[in-house]
Design a protein around this ligand. Structure first.
Ligand SMILES: [Zn+2]
Length: 321
């Protein structure tokens, strides 16, 4: 890899990560409880004095309580526990910046922004729990939360004006709190795409793979100026695209749609942002094309104008090395 290629790779690995890694972190650090608990059970050989009512922790954060501990005939122990539905810790942004600093100790040029993930459900109880999460995001905007990622259920399968009406109202609330907005849509079907493109303040679409199925959707997206977050590995692993070769990413670029490379679920689908850039390179993206993806990611990032300008400047300088 040449010097400028190496710089680009390093740059890509921190610039694009802004949008996606952060959603996962939101949940890792989520722990402020609301709504009913979900029941889980597990069998252990040794429960070391575990008893009813004990706290269940994941990575040090309280996520629920032990409901019952039962000794089984084979001397193993069945533990049932309730995990509270996670929303958001009030001090989430402090934890996020602390995490960013820890990563910067090893990767000084990394810059990350957090986004919250909110779903719209056709179910009053779930919708209520999601609205609590939305309100937590609106509050966290004051502490630097960058945006929200909206997903309307049934995922990719509804044009229901009432559900999308809720999504539009929530999007407007997010925009007036200064939050950026991305919508997860078009991963497995075309049904919800037109409704998603009408979301007020929409700046990015997550996946959108099936937008390529319909020429009028491609035209609508190109006209909207909305940026598309392409997650090549995630799309192939989950069946959104049949193969890397068949992924419509090159079609999007040819259509003048600003495209970024992203990971979506890096742990689940076993990838890194560097690997996504390497795959795009194998698919025929030149170094300049990859740099354009990074520039698109920075331009569409949910960050401060100062931070965005500094990143774009950094990118310009790396292009001339
Ligand atoms: Zn996704």
């Amino acid at each position: 890899m040449s010097g400028s290629g190496a710089t680009l790779w390093k740059f890509g690995s921190f610039a694009v990560v802004m949008a996606l890694l952060t959603t996962c972190l939101f949940f890792i650090f989520g722990g402020y409880r609301s709504g009913p608990a979900n029941g889980y059970s597990a069998v252990f050989k040794d429960t070391s004095q575990l008893k009813d009512g004990d706290t269940v922790r994941v990575a040090g954060v309280r996520v629920g309580t032990v409901d019952s501990v039962t000794l089984r005939s084979d001397n193993t122990v069945l533990v049932r526990f309730g995990a509270d539905r996670l929303t958001a810790l009030p001090d989430f942004m402090d934890l996020f910046r602390e995490a960013e600093e820890r990563v910067q100790a090893h990767h000084p040029r990394l810059r990350a922004e957090a986004i919250g993930y909110v779903e719209v459900w056709d179910d009053a109880e779930r919708l209520g729990a999601e609205e609590v999460k939305l309100n937590a995001c609106l509050g966290a905007a004051r502490d630097g939360l960058g945006g929200i990622d909206l997903l309307v259920r049934p995922y990719d399968a509804t044009e229901d004006p009432e559900l999308w009406g809720t999504a539009y109202r929530w999007a407007e609330r997010a925009a007036s709190a200064g939050l950026g907005l991305t919508v997860h849509v078009g991963e497995f079907a075309t049904t919800s795409i037109a409704a998603a493109l009408r979301t007020p303040g929409l700046r990015r679409i997550g996946h959108g793979t099936h937008i390529a199925d319909e020429p009028h959707l491609l035209d609508d997206l190109a006209r909207s100026g909305v940026t598309l977050e392409c997650s090549l590995t995630c799309n192939v692993v989950l069946g959104s695209a049949p193969t890397y070769e068949d992924h419509p990413i090159r079609k999007f670029v040819r259509h003048g749609i600003p495209v970024t490379l992203a990971t979506d679920l890096p742990v689940h689908v076993c990838t890194t942002i560097g690997r996504e850039y390497a795959i795009a390179s194998i698919l025929g993206f030149s170094t300049d094309d990859l740099r354009t993806c990074t520039r698109n990611a920075v331009a569409a990032s949910f960050t401060t104008s100062t931070r965005r300008a500094a990143l774009l400047d950094d990118l310009r300088r790396s292009a001339h090395k």
